[in-house]
Ligand binder design. Structure first.
Ligand code: NAP
Length: 317
């Protein structure tokens, strides 16, 4: 029986399934393992079912026991893993695409609505019972007719575009490659990020964190946005230079932000907290029972496929 280290507590049905398939080391207290502890616990294991909270950098990967052949990441993003280092060690890395697209797109839309319609201020006012209706109380930005710029029109970006279109938004996008017209569904392609930003009344960041995209939204690129634009990020915190975005909020270059992800989670730059126009969530993208169950099942299927065939369709390295 293969031995698997599961680094975070999963939903009960997923842990039950794992127990029937493997000699499994579960994390019943859901402790956040240090890199040292993760290496120690993986002794004798054939694979690790990892999470985005595990920093599997080059040094950690090089210290993993030789028995570890697969890192099955419980996420579609894999910015927490040094893919090249894993490849050099002949360790296969897999992810969980598709199954979390809908849930994450829902949060992407919530960020757009929450930031445009001043939900943070509204919630504060309602809870304090100190608000008074008036014709100009908490006037926000209406989505109908507003241009939405999608940075990263992949699975999640396309689903956000579909919902936003039904709300009357006009969709623009930037990817490194243009989509076929049938996949574009009427959206306008911008070959250049700056061109996309210049038409983005609302920006939705949906691309992966990578060497190319770290701090892609920065002091210089933010200047291309129309004055009073709204910036939302449902992808990864590393893509945004926080100081630059907070400065843009201070200067009212940016009207509001909607954020689900942060650099150095769970901490976030305290500069956001002083802005009532910051609508912030604690990385809730895939957090529904259906999606978390499906993600863990896919991470387990990835282990199964790899141990049976030596390969896996969700292999990323
Ligand atoms: P995907 O289908 O692979 O889409 C990624 C898109 O980004 C593609 O259209 C890709 O197009 C584009 N892209 C990649 N690199 C780019 C670059 N350098 N410049 C411009 N565009 C670039 O991925 P997905 O399933 O939609 O997921 C996207 C990301 O969402 C994940 O990587 C993950 O980090 C994040 N996510 C967050 C949550 C959450 O809880 N908040 C949940 C799930 C996923 P080209 O290749 O043509 O450039």
């Amino acid at each position: 029986m293969k031995k698997i280290l599961v680094t975070r507590k999963l939903l009960q049905s997923n842990e039950e399934r794992l127990k029937t398939l493997y000699d499994v080391k579960l994390n019943s207290n859901d402790e956040l393992y240090s890199q040292k502890k993760l290496i120690e616990l993986s002794e004798g294991c054939d694979g690790i079912l990892s999470a985005l909270t595990d920093k599997l950098d080059e040094d950690t990967i090089n210290k993993l026991p030789k028995s570890v052949k697969i890192l099955s990441n419980f996420a579609v993003g894999f910015g927490n893993i040094d893919i090249e280092a894993a490849k050099k060690r002949n360790i296969v890395v897999t992810n969980t695409p598709e199954v979390l697209t809908d849930a994450t797109a829902e949060i992407g839309i919530l960020l757009i609505l929450g930031a445009c319609r001043r939900a943070s201020e509204g919630i504060e006012g309602a809870k304090a019972s100190n608000w008074k209706w008036s014709a100009d109380y908490l006037i926000g930005k209406q989505l109908t007719g507003t241009r939405l710029g999608i940075l990263g029109m992949g699975r999640i970006g396309k689903k956000i575009a579909k919902i936003a279109k039904s709300l009357g938004m006009v969709i623009h996008y930037h990817n490194r490659s243009k989509l076929n017209p049938d996949k574009e569904d009427g959206a306008t392609y911008h070959k250049d990020l700056k061109s996309l930003l210049s038409v983005s009344d609302v920006l939705s960041v949906c691309c992966p964190a990578s060497k190319e995209t770290i701090n892609l939204i920065n002091k210089e690129t933010l200047e291309y946005l129309p004055k009073g634009a709204v910036v939302t990020n449902v992808a990864r915190g590393d893509i945004v230079d926080d100081e630059a975005l907070i400065d843009a909020l201070d200067r009212r270059k940016v009207y509001a932000v909607g954020l689900d992800v942060y650099k150095g989670e769970p901490n976030l730059n305290s500069g956001y907290l002083k802005h009532k126009s910051a609508f912030i969530l604690p990385h809730l993208g895939s957090a529904t029972k259906e999606t978390r169950t499906a993600m863990a099942n896919l991470a387990i299927n990835n282990l199964e496929e790899f141990f049976k065939t030596g390969n896996c369709k969700n292999k990323i390295n």
